[in-house]
Design a protein around this ligand. Sequence first.
Ligand code: SAH
Ligand code: SF4
Ligand code: F3S
Length: 440
Amino acid sequence: MTTPKKLFIKTYGCQMNVYDSERMAEALGGQGYVETQTPDDADMILLNTCHIREKAAEKIYSELGRYKGLKADKPDLKIGVAGCVAQAEGQEIMRRQPMVDLVVGPQSYHRLPEMEAKTRAGEKALDTDFPEEDKFEKLKSRPKAQRGPTAFLTVQEGCDKFCAFCVVPYTRGAEVSRPVDRILTEARDLVERGVREITLLGQNVNAYHGAGPDGSEYTLAKLIWDLDKVDGLERIRFTTSHPNDMTDDLIEAHGTCSKLMPYLHLPVQSGSDRILKRMNRSHTADSYLRLIERIRAARPDILMSGDFIVGFPEETEEDFQATLDLVEEVNYGYAYSFKYSTRPGTPAAERPQVDPAQADDRLQRLQALITRQQRDIQNSMVGRTVSVLFEKPGRLPGQMGGKSEYLHAVHVADAPVSVGEIAQVRIVDAAANSLAGVID
Ligand code: SAH
Ligand code: SF4
Ligand code: F3S
């Protein structure tokens, strides 16, 4: 028997990259690779990269620099770059870092086995196509290993929205939805292997419009209702949604589908209509707020989460104030805020930029407000009973950790439960990033 080769994958960016890394490990599993947790003993290192902000993209080159010594000691070591930087920069990566053997975009990684073989023959391998064939179908050979209680499942990929700041429509390509039967098969397979909670992924997941088994077009809500019938699947989540694609049936499902968790990530980016327009967001602050009203009418306890960009070109103090006002009005359970980062090739890159010191100051003020809201909501959980899906043992002996329906991290001391179980937990304390509870 030949000894298996070792694969080290490092994942950056969004949840879809986490999902993609799992698929790439499986694809290379067929080539005799097993995963390792360190680059030191790897036969192949694969960086699955993110291009969303300049810092994320530049990080890749410093990371690659670190592998120089390894490659010098072990000439057989293959180094690959996958994901959105690979798509955006292609051959440029090999020019800047000649030790890179393989560059593969997010739509072509089902071709990894052939590409790996090419590198073993001493050649460079580059593929950043948007091929016609269905990459998910080509990736079917999933090993039947047991896995943890939560999983991601990509149902939609790509984006046609072209927000003026964003690289995703260029790196992930046009919006594509996977057919319903394939998603259901994958979901059942995950459940058989121990998964209790599935997060459906898409860059615009609520624009999902895949073909149903009878050929009719499904909405995301309809897909969720089919998943609701999968025995053993206890929880369904989805991310990321666009405000313009929150259809009535999806809002309604939040009130009526018990497996659909009361948490919604709904990025708005800014509270200023002037800036939203310049961002090409095609919704207003008010339409977003009215939408949240309708969602909360369907599911009053839903926890809202959002994304914000500060310092977008031409943003004034008044525009920024409108963002703070919107945050005050929504009251977010979680929110992620970013300083605008100029991305080559996007429309906003050409526009007058905001003074970086001013953008830093706004980011700090927004983050202070968001942190206060998050803490207040966390604190308000004390005394409430939540349902917790236990994911892993905690740091202390006997302790177990998991997530509530609202996605808060919860830990329980001396918990009489095992991984994968769901139990009712009374929250007794709130710390900065987690809640402590007891099972009565
Ligand atoms: N598809 C999702 C998320 C896209 S990327 C959506 O439509 O919401 C995740 C977040 O990164 C975005 O919501 C946005 O807040 C942020 N982001 C995207 N491009 C950025 C840029 N150029 N500079 C700073 N933040 C950016
Ligand atoms: Fe980017 Fe906008 Fe598409 Fe989201 S909707 S991925 S922010 S272009
Ligand atoms: Fe980053 Fe690509 Fe995801 S740019 S956020 S890894 S879609």
